[in-house]
Design a protein around this ligand. Structure first.
Ligand SMILES: [Zn+2]
Length: 486
C-alpha cells in the first residue's frame, strides 16, 4: 500500500524543492523504496491522493480511505539522517577506557573487544543464541534508528573485517541502508590482524562483493583502516579495485597529533601528500577526520576532489583536536558531519555531532556566523548522501523513502515554528525526539518503538556480553600494537 506521512512542518532539504524550503502542514507520499510526492497539504490534495491511490497507509494513523484519516502530527518531517563514517563494533564498549588518547583507546577497548568476540565467539554464540558479532552490529543499528539514521557507511575495521556477512544481516534486519567499507592493514598494527600477503585483503573484498551483489540496500567498498597501517602496495591495489568497481574508497586520515607526527617522521611527508603521491585521492575517496591539516594538504584535497567526514564528538572526546573545518569549506572541499563509532563518540546522536561541529567553529573563530544551523543540518543529510552517492538524504520524488518525524511536543522543542525549526533541531533538540522512522518505505520506528528489533531482549544480551568482556579483560595479555607511533 502507498505510504503517507503528514506533519505540522516539513523540511525537504532537497535541491529539487530548495534546500532552505520550510513547508507548513507538509506531507510525503511514498511507495516501497521511492518517494512519489512531497508538498504542502490541504483537503483538496488529500482528496486527490485518496482518489488516485484508493487507500493510504498513514504514518502513525493506520489505513485511511477518507481525508479525515490523514493524520497530521505535531512534528517535523525531514529526511532520514545519513551517517558518512562510523563503526558498528563499538556499541558495547561505550564508556570503556576513557580519558586516554586514540592509540591507547584502540588497544585498550576496540582491539580487546573485537579479539574477545573472535576468541570467545563460539561460547558466546551458544549462550546468547546468536553470533555475538551479529548482536553487536544489531545493537549499533538499534542506536542508529533511535537517532533517526537510515543510511550509514560503516568502516568495518579490526577483527570486524572478517565479519561482513553478520553486519549486512544486521542492517537488513533493522531495515537500514549500509555501505560496508571492508577494513585491511598490513603493517604497524596488531600482528594478528595483518593481511600478509596483501592479496588477502583483495580476496576478502571480492568474496564480500560477490556474496552481497544482489542486495539493493547494501554495498561493499574498500576500507583500509589507516594510512599508517597499510603499505603503498595494498593501498594502490584497493584503490584499483574501487576504480574497477566504480565504488567509494574509505580510509581514516590524520586523527591524533601523535599519529600524524609519527607519520611525517616515518614517511617524510604529510599523510595527505603521501596519499596523493600514491594516486589514491579522487572524488570517490572519502577520508574520515583529517585533523592536523596543512595549507598544502588543503590544496591537494581540493584539487583531487577527495571528500572529508568530520567527527567532532570523537575528535574532542579523544583529545585529537579538530580539523580546520571553515578553511576546508571555504576552499570548496566537500565535508559531511558524522558521529564515528559509539566507543569514541559515545553515542550515535548525529544532531549532537552537528551541534558540536557548529558550536566549536563559532567559539574557535570567535564568530557566531560560522556554520549556521541550516548548513550543519545539510551536512548530516543531503551533503552526506551526495558524498556517499546514494539517493537519500533529501525528500523529493524519486528519492529513497527514508524519513524521520521529530516530535515537537517535547518541552525542549516548544515553541517550534516554521521560522525556527531548523535552528531548534540543531540547538534545542537532545536527539531523543525522533518519534517515527521510515526506511526504504518501511516503518522501522513507530511512535518511539523500533519495530524491526526487540530492543529489550537485545539490550539484555549486550549487557551480558559486556559482563563477559570485563571477566575476559582481567585474564588477558595486554595488546600493545596499534601503530609504531607511541
Ligand atoms: Zn572512525
Amino acid at each position: 500500500m502507498t505510504g503517507f506521512a503528514r506533519a505540522r512542518l516539513l523540511l525537504p532539504l532537497s535541491d529539487e524543492l530548495g534546500r532552505e524550503t520550510r513547508i507548513e502542514d507538509g506531507f510525503v507520499l511514498y511507495r516501497e523504496d521511492e518517494i512519489l510526492e512531497v508538498g504542502a497539504y490541504d483537503e483538496k490534495t488529500g482528496g486527490r491522493l485518496l482518489a488516485e491511490h484508493g487507500e493510504l497507509a498513514v504514518l502513525g494513523g493506520g489505513c485511511a480511505r477518507e481525508p479525515g484519516g490523514l493524520v497530521r502530527h505535531d512534528g517535523v518531517i525531514l529526511p532520514g539522517f545519513v551517517k558518512a563514517h562510523g563503526h558498528d563494533h563499538e556499541s558495547p564498549i561505550i564508556g570503556m577506557v576513557k580519558d586516554v588518547p586514540l592509540t591507547d583507546w584502540l588497544d585498550g577497548a576496540v582491539n580487546v573487544f573485537t579479539r574477545f568476540l573472535e576468541e570467545r565467539g563460539e561460547d558466546l554464540h551458544a549462550e546468547l543464541g546468536d553470533s555475538p558479532h551479529y548482536l553487536t552490529y544489531l545493537k549499533a543499528k538499534l542506536d542508529d534508528l533511535s537517532y533517526g539514521i537510515t543510511s550509514a557507511m560503516t568502516h568495518h575495521c579490526n577483527f570486524s573485517k572478517y565479519r561482513v556477512d553478520e553486519l549486512v544481516r544486521a542492517s537488513e534486519t533493522a531495515g537500514t541502508r549500509i555501505i560496508v567499507a571492508v577494513g585491511s592493514q598490513d603493517r604497524n598494527y596488531y600482528g594478528k590482524l595483518l593481511d600478509i600477503p596483501h592479496t588477502r585483503a583483495i580476496e576478502r573484498l571480492d568474496r564480500a562483493a560477490e556474496r552481497h551483489a544482489s542486495l539493493s540496500r547494501a554495498e561493499i567498498v574498500p576500507g583500509p583502516d589507516q594510512l599508517f597501517s597499510n603499505g603503498p602496495e595494498i593501498l594502490r591495489s584497493l584503490k584499483a579495485w574501487a576504480r574497477e568497481h566504480e565504488s567509494l574508497f574509505h580510509c581514516h586520515s590524520p586523527e591524533g597529533p601523535n599519529t600524524t607526527d609519527w607519520f611525517v617522521k616515518e614517511y617524510g611527508r604529510t599523510p595527505v601528500r603521501y596519499a596523493s603521491e600514491l594516486g589514491i585521492l579522487d572524488e570517490r575517496t572519502v577520508l574520515a577526520h583529517q585533523v592536523n591539516t596543512t595549507t598544502d594538504d588543503l590544496a591537494i584535497l581540493k584539487d583531487s576532489g577527495a571528500k572529508i567526514v568530520h567527527n567532532p564528538l570523537a575528535n574532542t572526546i579523544l583529545g585529537s583536536g579538530m580539523p580546520p573545518l571553515m578553511e576546508m569549506l571555504d576552499a570548496g572541499i566537500d565535508v559531511a558531519i558524522s558521529t564515528d563509532g559509539s566507543g569514541s563518540a559515545d553515542s550515535q546522536n548525529i544532531l549532537a555531532a552537528a551541534r558540536l561541529a557548529s558550536q566549536f567553529q563559532k567559539a574557535q573563530h570567535r564568530d557566531a556566523r560560522c556554520l549556521p544551523a541550516q548548513q550543519a543540518l545539510e551536512m548530516v543529510t543531503v551533503d552526506a548522501a551526495r558524498m556517499l552517492r546514494i539517493d537519500a538524504g533529501s525528500l523529493a520524488p524519486g528519492k529513497a523513502a527514508d524519513l524521520v518525524l521529530v516530535d515537537l511536543t517535547r518541552p525542549n522543542l516548544i515553541p517550534t515554528r516554521r521560522s525556527n525549526v531548523v535552528e531548534n533541531l540543531i540547538w534545542a533538540s537532545d536527539g531523543s525526539e525522533v518519534r517515527f522512522v521510515v526506511a526504504g518505505g518501511r516503518v522501522v520506528k513507530d511512535d518511539y518503538r523500533v519495530t524491526t528489533i526487540d530492543a529489550s531482549d537485545l539490550g539484555a544480551k549486550i549487557l551480558r556480553l559486556s559482563e563477559e568482556l570485563d571477566a575476559y579483560k582481567t585474564g588477558m595479555d595486554e595488546i600493545r600494537g596499534t601503530g609504531a607511533h607511541r
